[in-house]
Design a protein around this ligand. Structure first.
Ligand code: ZN
Length: 469
């Protein structure tokens, strides 16, 4: 491609979705081993931007040691008469896409969570400087988004400088998110869809509503609207809401149709405000996962940066694998941090009343959005490390979910006579949205279960609990 003259590797859409495994990587930038990393776009005055300039603060790639991880900040400053600060988030999100166009260069996630790898092969071909990457980004941004008149790119690898700018960036993200709060899903007639992640998750369409941020946490409804207007053929597009089919679960005919069309029929129904049934699909770049814990009938939440194992004994990576890939997995739900601040957060499942465990770090971040009476009732890793400890904590703090446990026990005990035999049950004998069965050491959970039987024999088992009554 002549557009990329002087770049030692190929650049093109075909490299999107290319994964670089640890054994094939030359260096890693950001990622789970590095605490401070970020990417940030700022709209500047024309005189503050030198078009085409690429700067490096700290070591360049060629000065880095093979196999190591380094901090990285990517700062993109743009200017243009039609550029508004509201477009910063939209331009910033494209860094992901355009970096992935570079052969042997992988970019994952967003904002404060970026994770990049350069392959050995591309390094050997001569891709040994951020100058090249900056040049490619400059070319792509300016050709794809003509609204950008001038653009300069700065790569920061100096750990002190990354740290300083990282803290600034966090405040900028927060201000952006805060600006987008307040508008309700009911107040708009269009949502926005994003297929930026389809290169990694082909059956994933992010549905972005005023009260449901993109999974990655980097695109608000306002960003979606801006993106669709400056680049109508781009990965972000409007979705007509259509008919409201279920206000509690969040089902809209327009969303269903779009999902069907954009996933080539793979996904036909999306319920926006629940993790059960037809939950919103999860790509791979979600900031956190809400996971169902059958033992307590509640949700745990884990975020990408959480290093320890969750209360159910699984680390983020395993929970993320169970969730990701553009599938709809009952009880596993990829979410953004900002969605936890939304009144629509898991609305159909009980919202925060259904959340039982969350790492302290995230709890602190979203605390002001958790109903006050619940804050002390939701466990963190400091309160519970196992399911048993969690159960004890929830009981002790009288978490609302405990009430549900009691109701189930009472309902069963009341419904069941000491011994009952029913011949030829005509309809389903059990219908339940969630039915856990324990047999032979396995826990089997049936969803939307309808069980038919020819004959049902129920015997009351005398337990400690029932003896006391
Ligand atoms: Zn994504």
């Amino acid at each position: 491609m002549s557009m990329f003259e002087g770049i030692p590797v190929d650049v093109g859409v075909i490299y999107e979705g290319e994964r670089i495994r640890r054994k094939d990587m030359y260096v890693e930038l950001g990622g789970p081993n590095i605490k401070e990393k970020f990417e940030l776009t700022r709209v500047k005055k024309p005189e503050e931007v030198e078009d085409g300039k690429v700067s490096i603060i700290g070591s360049d790639i060629k000065d880095m040691e093979e196999g190591k991880s380094y901090p990285l900040g990517i700062l993109i400053e743009v200017a243009g008469p039609k550029l508004e600060p509201e477009l910063e988030g939209v331009i910033e999100r494209r860094i992901h896409e355009y970096c992935n166009f570079i052969e042997g260069f992988m970019h994952l996630n967003q904002r404060y969570d970026i994770w990049l790898r350069l392959s050995k092969k591309s390094f050997q071909k001569g891709l040994n400087s951020f100058q090249y990457i900056g040049k490619v980004l400059h070319t792509l941004f300016k050709s794809e988004l003509p609204i950008i008149e001038k653009m300069q790119v700065t790569f920061i690898t100096d750990p002190e400088k990354v740290k300083e700018l990282y803290n600034e960036a966090l405040q900028i993200y927060e201000a952006r998110d805060a600006r987008a709060r307040g508008l309700k899903d009911e107040e708009v007639d269009k949502f926005y869809g994003c297929v930026l992640c389809q290169s990694f998750a082909p059956t994933h369409v992010c549905v972005i509503t005023p009260q449901r941020y993109s999974n990655c946490g980097a695109i608000s409804w306002f960003d979606g609207r801006a993106a669709a207007s400056i680049d109508p053929k781009g990965p972000v597009f409007p979705i007509e809401k259509g008919e409201l089919l279920d206000p509690v679960k969040g089902e809209f005919s327009g969303v269903n149709e779009t999902a069907k069309k954009r996933t080539l029929g793979e996904i036909t129904k999306v319920w926006l405000y629940t993790a059960f049934g037809y939950p919103h699909t999860s790509c791979g770049c979600f900031e956190g996962v809400a996971f169902y814990i059958p033992e307590v009938d509640g949700f745990g939440i884990i975020h990408r940066g959480y290093k320890d194992i969750a209360v159910n004994g699984l680390p983020f990576s395993t929970l993320a694998d169970s969730t990701a890939g553009g599938r709809q997995v009952d009880g596993f739900h990829g979410i953004s941090i900002e969605y936890m601040r939304s009144p629509k957060f898991l609305q159909a499942d009980g919202g925060w009343k259904r959340v039982v465990w969350i790492p302290k770090e995230v709890k602190e971040r979203v605390k002001d959005f958790i109903p006050t009476e619940l804050v002390g009732k939701i466990a963190t890793e400091e309160d519970a490390k196992t399911i048993d400890e969690l159960k004890a904590f929830l009981k002790e703090r009288n978490h609302p979910i405990v009430e549900q446990w009691k109701e189930e026990v009472v309902a069963v005990e009341e419904a069941v006579p000491a011994e009952a035999v029913e011949e030829m049950a005509p309809g389903p004998i059990i219908t339940a949205p969630t039915l856990p069965i324990t047999a032979g050491g396995f826990k089997i959970i049936l969803k939307d279960a309808k069980i038919y039987a020819k004959k049902v024999i129920i015997r009351q088992i005398k337990t400690e609990k029932s003896k006391k009554r």
